[in-house]
Design a protein around this ligand. Structure first.
Ligand SMILES: [Zn+2]
Length: 340
């Protein structure tokens, strides 16, 4: 029995090694044709989303002044059964229309981290670890921010979850799969609707919307930018770019990271390459133990080859922070502001 192959995961590891993604970028291919085809495929893999955009019916829940500007909490409809909560942060002394950055938290207590206030009392400030106060970083630099509460995080955490787990995504991620959807695809849809909301507000420079996020927010930053080429102008995903083989296929990750059939078509670097030629700053942590640096470098090599084929190498930057799984605001923004 000692040689019997009893581990399903060992079998999967073998299959990961043997699988050649059929739509991986190859420099011998025409960049534009490749990108168009993989983008269509990625949208399919992300699952079935509504064909109708319901009226947003936005509501402002509160508005408060901040030393860096003003913050509104808003709610708008994403699809018939799902509303989105968000903060709209407008920088002081800047006249509209604003340059907006969409900010996405990963697995955390939610979007309240983006504005540095407490979850239960948004009038009270809170110290935020790992530079995750994304909207504060935006306002400091004269940018407006739209902080979206992602499905299954923060105020939208799954309330009827039966598993005893600190992951609030499990039920939502599994149920989405049964419906031919993915939780990732649903989160990308919310970003798309968030951009509809910015358009309806009328105070956004629609041709210059950026997006950033860490971890689970970084993954959606990448997927949204990859699939919405006309809506998102630049991206800064943090601690989420790494080969699938060296991250979600070999280290425990939340179910929301998994997209059925993905590896048969593309690896992470190919998906990130769908952002080319737009400005892209990839942020990583040197000691990030769930998106390890060797996997980051391997994925980045592929992204770089794609940017080169697009004639846009100058629009790509890798920033490695001296620490773990978190955002690195200073070096990341320094790199981004040279590109946008
Ligand atoms: Zn999750």
């Amino acid at each position: 029995m000692s040689t019997a192959k009893l581990s399903p995961s060992q079998n999967h590891q073998l299959l990961v090694k043997q699988t050649k993604p059929s739509m991986a970028f190859d420099p011998a291919q025409d960049f534009t044709t490749w990108q168009k085809k993989l983008r269509v495929q990625l949208k399919r893999l992300l699952g079935v989303m509504p064909t109708v955009r319901v009226p947003l019916k936005p509501k402002t829940l509160w508005e408060q002044e901040h030393e860096l500007g003003s913050i509104q909490k808003v709610c708008f409809a994403s699809e018939p059964g799902a509303d989105v909560l968000a903060y709209v942060c407008l920088p002081k002394d800047i006249k509209p229309p604003y340059n907006f950055v969409i900010c996405l938290q990963g697995h955390s207590t939610g979007m309240h981290n983006s504005i540095g206030v407490q979850l239960d009392d948004e009038t009270k400030p809170m110290k935020v670890e790992g530079d995750r106060d994304f909207a504060i970083g935006c306002m400091k630099r004269g940018y407006a921010a739209l902080c979206i509460e992602q499905r299954a995080f923060g105020y939208r955490a799954e309330k009827c979850q039966t598993m005893r787990s600190n992951q609030t995504c499990h039920d939502a991620a599994m149920h989405a799969l049964m419906l031919g959807r993915t939780l990732a695809g649903e989160r990308v849809w919310d970003v798309d609707r968030g951009i509809d909301y910015l358009k309806e507000r009328g105070d956004c420079v629609m041709s210059n919307i950026g997006i950033l996020g860490n971890s689970g927010g970084g993954s959606i930053t990448t997927l949204a930018t990859a699939t919405l080429p006309k809506r998102i102008a630049y991206a800064m995903p943090s601690c989420s770019t790494c080969t699938y083989a060296q991250s979600i296929m070999s280290i425990y990750h939340c179910a929301d990271n998994y997209i059925p059939n993905m590896l048969n078509f593309a690896e992470s670097g190919d998906v990130v390459g769908l952002i080319a030629p737009r400005p892209l700053v990839i942020v990583a942590g040197r000691t990030d133990d769930i998106f390890p640096l060797p996997g980051v470098r391997k994925a980045f090599k592929q992204v770089k080859a794609i940017y080169k084929a697009a004639g846009a190498e100058q629009n790509l930057k890798l920033v490695i922070g001296e620490g773990g799984h978190r955002f690195y605001a200073e070096p990341a923004w320094k790199a981004l502001l040279k590109l946008v």
